[in-house]
Ligand binder design. Structure first.
Ligand code: RB5
Length: 142
């Protein structure tokens, strides 16, 4: 799958681990930065990645900032984006199965690398269930 990855400085190290993990699994990664731990503004990265997903330039996206929250808020401003911040396996699975989340956001200062990679795997492998959930997802866009 073609995925866009983005982070700010607070999520940079986790983004790098996720990139390596997904590339090892054969996914095509477009990394739009940031590329160091120098301080940057997370809304710029969240929005740009979200616009790529919304435009179909990447099928899905994964974001990282310190908490996962700020960058997800920016992404969710883009029409068609459903970005879920998760730090537990159940919510992560449900974000795909029930919410058809097309972006995942993780906090580099919240989850360790081991848990984060497990969450990424769950999120990549879980299919949207559709049906009544499709009706509700459609209602999100209004
Ligand atoms: C940056 O210090 C931090 O505010 C950011 O990474 C993120 O946690 C915001 O939601």
């Amino acid at each position: 799958m073609k995925l866009v990855l983005a982070s700010d400085h607070g999520g940079f190290e986790l983004k790098e681990e996720i990139k390596k993990h997904l590339e090892e699994k054969g996914h095509e990664i477009v990394d739009i930065g940031t590329y160091s731990t120098d301080s940057v503004h997370y809304p710029q990265y969240g929005r740009k990645a979200a616009e790529m997903v919304a435009a179909g330039e990447a099928e899905r996206g994964i974001l990282c900032c310190g908490t996962g929250i700020g960058i997800s808020l920016a992404a969710n401003k883009v029409k068609g984006i459903r970005c879920a911040v998760v730090s537990d396996a159940f919510s992560c699975k449900m974000s795909r199965a029930h919410n058809d989340a097309n972006m995942l956001s993780l906090g580099g200062r919240v989850v360790g690398v081991g848990l984060a990679l497990q969450l990424v795997d769950i999120w990549m492998e879980t299919e949207f269930e559709g049906g009544r959930h499709q009706t509700r997802v459609d209602m999100i866009e209004g």
